[in-house]
Design a protein around this ligand. Structure first.
Ligand SMILES: C[S@@+](CC[C@H](N)C(=O)[O-])C[C@H]1O[C@@H](n2cnc3c(N)ncnc32)[C@H](O)[C@@H]1O
Length: 471
């Protein structure tokens, strides 16, 4: 009998198995059913991985990982479990191609494990720098920094305002616009160390939503002019004091063994091909989900604050792994990074995968039937799997034999058609050369949008962690 580890319950897949992929039997679903039948045996409904562990919830309580308010992150607890399960030790090297707040990289750092990571958002770099320096802060300097800020007031005649892009215009009260600009200018010119200044930047970033008339709401910033935002100085001090407490607590524990943490601000699609082959002992990551979530809109206040212009935001949006209806195909750019043979091989896999072809056709039929509310969804789904396949192929090249890869992702549904992202990804990874180890699925599944429910009924969607191994 197969040995189960502590992480698992015996496979009780029936509630998690999808019976009907196409509402009302509208489309052909035999390929998705066949895939489901083939891979359902690898599904493990996990006892220990909760919705909290694949979301930011657990990190809120964690005294290092909460430093960047980043709702799309997974928890340090999940990364610790996977590192253990993958038998990753100090001195090994792991990768996260979609770093976000840097959970994988920072957990690795705390265990003396080397890491490499990429993200297109500049906030990732600031968060990682702040967290990886946790043992380097001088407590006396931090106390001085906090007391310096306590003494500051914005002069009456100060007129500078913070940076904006079109969609953030008017996001703050006028006095807050000046406050943000003033504290930023003060920080740039202060005599404090670089890492202390970076913490001030991080603390300002963490305060922006609360000092604005907006709140992050799914794919957009929701505006609320009834809100009376607090002063920035109050929140900035609150943030810095809380980080200071965390630093004091963490510095009491032994410093981890030295390791390297390499973060590159750029697209994984174009950065992975620059790395040498067979350097990785493992990969733990969570890409953007195929759910229309636009990081450049959710983090518009933070990006504008960091001086990102309207034009640059549009470029960043296009650099996102295709997960919004606005993404245009970038296959011509990707092509430039591959030898023709490799490019053709990966494209053949993507174009001939049965389940994926069925998804494409069924979405196209649904669109003709008026069931898809935005045509861009068809292109998004197609590009999403195409781009991920290039990522999977690069991970295969970069992994050493025996290295394991974990991807946290959600299944999705459009126009009544279920897209089993976990199993399709696993099959693409197999075609690339990986061996499928298991698919952890959360006990709590995901509901559907109210429009989908009203029109097509309810189908629970798996939230999964796919695990593959390079033979
Ligand atoms: C689900 S989040 C990752 C969260 C991360 N696991 C954490 O714990 O914070 C996905 C991240 O992928 C990034 N991303 C999107 N497209 C990318 C690309 N082409 N290359 C690198 N990162 C990208 C997004 O900016 C976002 O930060």
């Amino acid at each position: 009998m197969r040995q189960l580890n502590l992480f698992e319950l015996p496979p009780i897949a029936d509630k998690w198995q999808i019976e009907n992929f196409s509402a009302g039997d509208f489309s052909r679903q035999s390929a998705r059913k066949e895939l489901e039948r083939r891979l359902i045996g690898t599904l493990v409904v996990s006892n220990d991985i909760s919705r909290q562990s694949v979301s930011y919830q657990l990190s809120k309580k964690d005294n290092l990982h909460r430093w960047l308010k980043y709702r799309e992150g997974f928890s340090a607890d999940l990364v610790e479990r996977l590192l253990k399960e993958f038998n990753i030790k100090a001195g090994d090297t792991i990768l996260d191609p979609f770093v976000g707040s840097g959970t994988t990289s920072i957990v690795a750092k705390m265990q003396g494990v080397n890491s490499i990571g990429f993200d297109i958002l500049p906030i990732s770099g600031i968060a990682i720098k702040a967290k990886e320096s946790v043992f380097d802060y001088d407590l006396q300097e931090m106390e001085q920094l906090i007391s310096d800020i306590e003494e500051l007031t914005v002069p009456e005649n100060y007129t500078k305002l913070t940076n904006h892009i079109t969609i953030t215009d008017g996001a703050y009260p006028e006095s807050t616009e000046r406050e943000i600009a003033f504290f930023t200018e003060w920080n740039a010119g202060s005599r404090h160390s670089r890492i202390a200044k970076n913490l001030v930047t991080l603390s300002i970033l963490n305060s922006l939503e609360r000092v604005s008339y907006t709140s992050k709401d799914g794919q957009f910033l929701r505006w609320n002019y009834d809100k009376i935002p607090p002063a920035l100085k109050l929140l900035l001090l609150e943030e810095l004091r809380s980080v200071y407490d965390d630093i004091c607590a963490i510095q009491k524990s032994p410093r981890p063994a030295d390791s390297t943490l390499q973060f590159i601000a750029g697209s994984a699609l174009y950065e992975l091909p620059k790395l040498q082959s067979e350097i990785l002992d493992g990969v733990i990551t969570s890409p953007p989900y195929c759910n229309r979530y636009d990081y450049t809109r959710t983090y518009a206040l933070e990006l504008a604050y960091l001086g990102v212009t309207d034009e640059r935001i549009r470029c960043l949006r296009q650099e996102l792994l295709s997960c919004t209806v606005e993404n245009k195909p970038k296959i011509d750019y990707i092509k430039g990074y591959y030898k023709q043979d490799d490019f053709d091989r990966i494209m053949t896999i993507v174009q001939t995968n049965d389940a994926l072809a069925e998804v494409r056709n069924s979405l196209s039929d649904r669109n003709k039937n008026g069931d898809i509310n935005n045509r861009g969804i068809l292109r998004m789904v197609d590009s999403y799997f195409t781009e991920l396949s290039f990522i999977y192929a690069e991970l295969f090249r970069l992994c050493k034999s025996g290295a394991k890869v974990a991807f946290v992702n959600d299944n999705v549904r459009y126009g009544g058609e279920v897209i089993p992202v976990d199993f399709i990804s696993t099959e693409l990874a197999e075609q690339i050369g990986f061996r499928s180890v298991k698919v952890y699925s959360l006990k709590q599944q995901k509901g559907n949008s109210s429009q989908q429910m009203a029109k097509f009924g309810r189908i629970a969607l798996r939230k999964s962690i796919t695990v593959w191994e390079k033979p």
